[in-house]
Ligand binder design. Structure first.
Ligand SMILES: [Zn+2]
Length: 151
């Protein structure tokens, strides 16, 4: 429904919440290990590659490849339930990490309040497609990844 007051879930871990100021600025930043230089996601206390505790939030190259696409046709979350089907993508960034992202053509992310049209659904990224990732705030002011197909 276009006039819904429902909000997407906003809970994040303490480390995940640290993405918010970058989302506010439209900057894609992830933790990067100062020891082995690997980008790390999801956010954690130590590097998953070398166990160094020296992680810093750094600008991350935004391009990657869609590993899988899931079209949600059912959700217990009222926000999503009103806007089904909702497309989620797993994206392997060229920089290494795999992130879960919303599709760029979703209502509430690109054109707030608009209903998703069937034709838009068909035009979204699929497995193998190249995408560019951005970090944005959703309607609940929580940081989320959004994938935009590359042409
Ligand atoms: Zn490391």
């Amino acid at each position: 429904m276009a006039d819904s007051k429902q909000m997407p879930p906003a809970k994040r871990t303490n480390l995940g919440a640290q993405l918010k100021p970058f989302a506010e600025q439209g900057e894609l930043r992830l933790q990067q290990c100062l020891s082995c230089q690997q980008f790390v996601y999801p956010p954690r206390e130590v590097c998953g590659h070398c166990l160094s505790g020296e992680l810093s939030w750094e600008a991350c190259p935004a391009e990657g490849q869609v590993l899988a696409r899931v079209d949600l046709h059912n959700s217990f979350e009222p926000f999503y339930a009103e806007q089904l089907p909702w497309v989620l993508l797993s994206v392997k960034l060229d920089a290494g990490p795999v992130v879960y992202a919303h599709s760029s053509s979703h209502a509430g992310l690109e054109d707030s309040g608009l209903e998703v049209e069937a034709l838009e659904i068909e035009s979204k990224a699929n497995s193998g497609d190249r995408v560019t990732l951005s970090l944005q705030l959703d309607e609940a002011e929580a940081p989320v990844f959004v994938a935009q197909p590359l042409k």
